[in-house]
Design a protein around this ligand. Structure first.
Ligand code: G3P
Length: 478
């Protein structure tokens, strides 16, 4: 056809009546690679209506049947891992092996969700009245978990498939319908993932995927009266969405400035390996990336040397070649990162490598002796640049971590488990990892941020529960 990927509504692939498209720029070549439909508000209205109707029937579909369809979709996702990974390589410059891993991890997530769903939705509670003062045993209360209705899922560019299914699968197993708005970079990978759900045979209208410009359909979707819940992962936009959304449950996972605190008794080789993996995987474009290292002065030189040696081994280049460091997602992102680097340079940070950039490709950079007047001490680069702040007490490290607006994850390296637990308790973050880099997975672990890092908790079990509501029926005995 005209080379514009169609959007998905009423169980069919459609062209938008707008006649317009949105280009997807390959971060490596900085040339348009794919095009998707620029959908209109009318098209959104139509698929919302259908989502509402389809959901009513779906909620009555037996739980085991819903699970069966999800298992089919999971198997299809794994079968389609090659074309999905190819899209991720071209749209978001994800290294080829990580791209394939994302597709497989997504299939596993969907299966696990189906299994977890049949267990936790397959049981409810039974309460009796005479435990509360003044009551006889004349009331029996039955509880069940019922779906919320239409769930709007908005995943970010860095995991357009995995962070889409982490919303879609819990929503569907719980009896909800789904409207997916994929990120522009990653939209075609997401459409391919939706194709797997299509092939699995879900009822028409239950799942739709709408593409287009945020300026045209962004607020229209998030403020749509038919949306009963929003599950969003991304940056600051999430704060704006939560301010505008109506009285509906929100699941938000936003930015982070995950700190890595290194004590003087830490295993420095282990710490260095985790700092490099945590700081530079997917070129630092993960909300759970290590974004600031807070190291005790007494071991700082030794640690920085070890990290430097590992950074020197990172390969820099094309995602097609499975390079460790690949071009960041957009030119504006690269410019933002460069702004942080320039600010740190002006204010006297120590550059452990020379700063180098070609197009959107930024070479990995470790900045030592960063101080709190530098922007990089507080802001999230979402790129391969990692600041090191030297501390003279653990309290100083905890203080820096807690002074951040963000509170996603953090990590601490020490051989003293009691100290580690006390530090974990003191860190105002949703998760603290002891002796490992921050990470969301395994995908059934709870995942949540404090402060500006989010609302609610994710992870398979928590997401299923969050996308349901408790319904009670009380039997009154004579
Ligand atoms: O940036 C998205 C966030 O969910 C990170 O996931 O698996 O890289 O820890 P992960």
């Amino acid at each position: 056809g005209d080379g514009v990927f169609k959007y998905y509504s009423s169980g069919e692939w459609k062209k938008s009546s707008s006649g317009k498209s949105v280009p997807i720029i390959n971060p490596t070549t900085r040339q348009p690679h794919f095009k998707v439909q620029a959908c209109t508000q009318e098209e959104v209205n139509k698929l919302m209506e259908e989502a509402k109707t389809a959901q009513k029937l779906w909620a009555k579909t037996p739980l085991w049947k819903r699970a069966e369809l999800l298992h089919k979709a999971a198997a299809l996702l794994k079968e389609h891992k090659v074309p999905i990974a190819e899209c991720l390589v071209k749209e978001i410059a994800k290294p080829s092996k990580d791209a394939a891993t994302e597709a497989v991890r997504s299939g596993d997530l969907v299966s696990y969700c189906a299994e977890e769903g049949v267990r936790i939705l397959g049981e409810g509670k039974f309460l009796v009245s005479d435990s509360f003062p003044g009551n006889e045993r004349t009331k029996y209360c039955l509880t069940a978990k019922i779906p919320l209705g239409v769930i709007l899922a908005i995943p970010p560019f860095n995991y357009p498939v995995n962070l889409a299914v982490s919303k879609i699968a819990p929503a569907l197993i719980a009896g909800n319908s789904i409207v997916l708005k994929p990120p522009t970079q990653g939209a075609v990978a997401a459409l391919h993932m939706v194709h797997c759900f299509h092939l699995a045979g879900f009822p028409k209208g239950l799942i739709s995927c709408v593409t287009g410009r945020g300026s045209e359909i962004g607020d229209f979707l998030t403020m749509h009266p038919m949306v009963n819940c929003i599950s969003f992962t991304g940056g600051d936009t999430g704060i704006a969405i939560s301010q505008k959304a109506g009285m509906i449950p929100l699941q938000m996972e936003l930015s982070g400035k995950d700190a890595c605190i290194i004590l003087d008794d830490a295993d420095l080789d282990l710490a260095a390996a985790n700092i490099v993996k945590g700081g530079f995987s997917y070129s630092g474009q993960r909300c759970t990336a290590v974004k600031v290292v807070l190291v005790m002065e007494s071991v700082a030189n030794a640690l920085v040397d070890k990290v430097k040696a590992k950074v020197a081994k990172l390969t820099v280049g094309l995602p097609e070649d499975d390079s460790d460091i690949t071009p960041v997602v957009t030119e504006s992102s690269a410019n933002f990162i460069e702004g942080l680097v320039v600010d740190a340079k002006q204010k006297g940070a120590t550059f452990c490598q020379e700063y180098r950039r070609e197009g959107n490709l930024i070479w990995p950079l470790l900045l030592d002796n960063v101080r709190s007047d530098m922007r990089i001490a507080w802001e999230e680069p979402f790129g391969p640049v990692l600041p090191v702040i030297r501390i003279t007490s653990v309290e100083e490290g905890i203080h820096h971590c807690n002074a951040s607006n963000f509170g996603l994850q953090g990590c601490v390296f020490t051989r003293d488990i009691s100290k580690a637990i006390l530090i974990s308790d003191a860190m105002e973050t949703g998760t603290v990892q002891i002796n490992s880099a921050p990470a969301r997975g395994p995908d059934h672990f709870p995942f949540q941020g404090l402060k500006d890092s989010g609302i609610g908790s994710q992870g398979i079990t928590n997401s299923i529960n969050m996308m349901t509501k408790i319904k009670t029926t009380v039997i009154n005995l004579p």
